[in-house]
Write a protein that binds this ligand. Sequence first.
Ligand code: SF4
Length: 181
Amino acid sequence: MAKPKLATTSLAGCFGCHMSILDIDDRILQLIELVDFDKSPINDIKDFSGRCAIGLIEGGCCNEENVHVLREFRERCNILVAVGECAICGDIPSMRNAIPLQECLDEAYRNGPTVHNPTGQYPNDPDLPLLLNKVYPCHEVVKIDYFIPGCPPPADSIWAALTALLTGQPVTLPYGLIKYD
Ligand code: SF4
């Protein structure tokens, strides 16, 4: 019987949550017994090969490409999981939400103390995705089925959630995995 497929992506995140996925260490060997990896930066597969059982999302949405990818994951995955605080609430990238976008651009490309930009132009290559007015958590863009908290979530949380979902068990994380003080 074909194994269920697992896809992952990083939107506005730092790849720390993907590092935490890899931090399951040798349990990755058990994971590949349970699933086939589909579109994911882990295997560098760029396109979906079919419908996926689970999609893991790192990062929120800061630009139009993030929104496009997130909607594609929602369309292609039966279960969508927001992994980490950036996906859940915007986290560090959303610190810009309190500042008007124009001010952020001016500071980054014109007025910042280390900026050298004699023409005063903003990056405008057509391949660059347009920035959104603010950074959005994933659940404000599509329906999210599960949330795994942490920055990044511990590998044990990701493992517990994944194995529960793949074996049809309820997803429960012990207190020790969601306590951060
Ligand atoms: S939640 Fe933390 S580790 Fe994960 S992408 Fe965001 S900043 Fe990085």
